[in-house]
Design a protein around this ligand. Sequence first.
Ligand SMILES: N[C@@H](CCC(=O)N[C@@H](CS)C(=O)NCC(=O)O)C(=O)O
Length: 347
Amino acid sequence: MAIFDRNIFAKTATTLGALLVSASMLAGVAQAGETLDKIKSRGQIKVGVGTLPGFFAPDSNGKWQGFFIDFGRALAITVFNDPEKVEFTSSSPQQRLPALQAGEFDILLSGVTQTITRSFKLGFHFGPIIFYDGQGLLVAKSLDVTKGSELDGATIGVQSGTTGELNIADFFRKNGKTFKPVVIEDTKEFVAALESGRVDALTQDASDLALKRAQFAKPDDFLLLPERLSKEPLAPAVRAGDDQWLEIVNWTVYATIQAEEFGITKENVDSFLTSEDPAIKRFLGVDPSLGEAIGLDPKFAYNIIKTLGNYGEIYERNIGKNTPVGFERGYNQPWTQGGLLYSPPFR
Ligand SMILES: N[C@@H](CCC(=O)N[C@@H](CS)C(=O)NCC(=O)O)C(=O)O
């Protein structure tokens, strides 16, 4: 299968470029091409995830399933044309980014929020936003509160290393109220803190809280408040410095989004192979010129859709309205249907 031509990178490296590369190596930043080389020599992609059924969790046979998991499988299809050539490892929100930086993972698909600090100060890059979220509050119904500002003086569980840990302090400061944070790293302990009454509320990404609530022994005793305290755009995170790997991630995600916009699904993708529409011919690799130009298998988008389906299918299968959590699409639908999902053109 065709892959990126490393020689193109080598041939175009100027002396200045080489100096810049050495400087970035000293700073511990990845080089273009390094990640894909490592992935190909080990024969699989290493992905850092969490443990939260719907987003990422092993099923009863130990096979990882979930919304974020499917994007990891899509990447394995782009690189190897094999959705199994990927290893998922659960890591706490606190441990994940340092582990990515240390090279233990090639990518995080774990609901990481894209922030400017993580880009500039911590040295990560982000692929396309795959889930538009916001921070929520999950409260014991017995407290009888309807909005966050009514939690004055409450004890609130926050997960360490998350944006939620920072946002909740801003929220109470902005509202001139106080709260007592209980900072917990481990996800099981975090969940248990609310169920056992150790805290009055938990704060995290709203999707995360909804999925956690679904796991509770008595979900009806708890309420996810409708208010959102922040924007949490969740995106794949990679080490800064390896543009080639970032672009593979970008266009893998865009393939799922563009397919939904075109109305191409797992079921009907083969019928599009005879389409006369030049944009669809390019997208599915029927016209191979695009794939040759970018150095990927010209059929990478076709292979992803044929195996996993488009973005909407991935969403519905794992977290959509016919699943136990039943998430609405909200912002997470194509721009053509009023959402925020938008793929740049495949041309
Ligand atoms: N988006 C926040 C929180 C990240 C986070 O905790 N993600 C959730 C999924 S949205 C998660 O991994 N939960 C499962 C777990 O903690 O194992 C951040 O980037 O700091």
